[in-house]
Design a protein around this ligand. Structure first.
Ligand code: DGY
Length: 305
């Protein structure tokens, strides 16, 4: 905020919460630069309310909350914050993987309930992580950071992506390409790392969940709507897959009520990038993007085509 106010006149910005739709539309009327959150829907209505707008600088790497085509048509730059949250988000995916596989939150609930009666040979047996197979759905920066962690646990890493790496790249990273259905059928852990778009909405639905092993775990730190949440609930309830670790949900902050009751799912409130260091770096990038565009320069992380 100090850095921004040294170079710009700030409207709003002193709230540690998302603006309401009315506050947003009202707040953008005279601004040239908008730094917004992934919870702000930046559509034609908002863009039309902001006649002087030069840039929408998203404080996130994902930008499915912004109508990029509508912004491009109005000559408004759209920017994001890639790179700086890669390791932090991979750490969170890894935390969910370990917590789900080894039933950490279930165990925590048992101990807190006062019902734990002592060590038992068959109590809360989880899934072995070391040596298992992990499948990455999407293979961008965060998936690659996840693969690095998985390889350190002697896991076999498979990936599916729109574009395949070269054989030399695959060899260097220690990963193998699979068609999506094949990857789902082979993996003990499936971790989602695609951006949300019209092409990836419900990419993992009932048919895909049915291809997974009944012992498998699904991890999602990307965007909730990549998975059909109702189909996931059914798969978890009926044992079509064993468990899930979710940091993102289809209609945040609303969570499918049955997910809250299922013991075999670990839930987190979209914390992928939530460390002081990462959020600070994201803020710095959002400011750089915003100020560059306001000065008439090309912002470092432009996403418009
Ligand atoms: C992003 O940047 O897209 C994340 O979801 C926010 O942490």
């Amino acid at each position: 905020m100090e850095r921004l106010s040294a170079e710009a006149h700030l409207c709003h910005g002193d709230l540690d919460r998302a603006l309401t739709r009315e506050e947003l539309i009202d707040g953008v009327r005279d601004v040239e630069g908008l730094i917004c959150l992934l919870t702000d829907q930046i559509d034609a209505e908002v863009l039309d309310a902001a006649g002087n707008l030069k840039v929408v600088s998203n404080y996130a790497v994902g930008y499915n909350n912004i109508d990029v085509d509508a912004a491009t048509q109005r000559n408004v730059a759209v920017t994001n914050t890639p790179g700086v949250l890669t390791d932090c988000t991979a750490d969170m995916a890894w935390a969910l993987l370990m917590a789900s596989a080894r039933r950490v939150t279930e165990g925590d609930r048992l101990v807190r309930s006062g019902q734990w009666t002592g060590w038992e040979p068959l109590q809360m047996l989880g899934a072995e992580v070391t040596g298992a197979t992990i499948g990455m759905v999407g293979f961008g920066r965060i998936a690659k950071a996840m693969a690095k962690r998985a390889l350190a646990f002697d896991m076999r890493v498979r990936y599916w992506n729109r574009t395949r790496l070269t054989v030399a790249e695959e060899r260097e990273l220690g990963v193998e390409y699979r068609a999506l259905d094949e990857l789902l059928g082979e993996s003990d852990f499936v971790s989602i790392h695609v951006a949300l778009s019209d092409q990836t909405r419900h990419l993992i639905g009932k048919p895909q969940l049915e291809k997974m092993k009944p012992t498998a775990t699904l991890i999602n730190t990307a965007r909730g709507a990549v998975v059909d949440e109702a189909a996931l609930v059914e798969a978890l309830r009926e044992g079509k897959i064993a468990r899930a670790g979710l940091d993102v949900f289809e209609r945040e902050p609303t969570v499918h009520p049955e997910l809250l009751t299922l013991p075999n799912v670990v839930l987190a409130p979209h914390l992928g990038s939530a460390t002081v260091q990462t959020r600070t770096r994201m803020g710095e990038l959002a400011i750089e993007n915003c100020l560059a565009a306001c000065r008439g320069e090309r912002p470092p992380h432009l996403v418009n085509p």
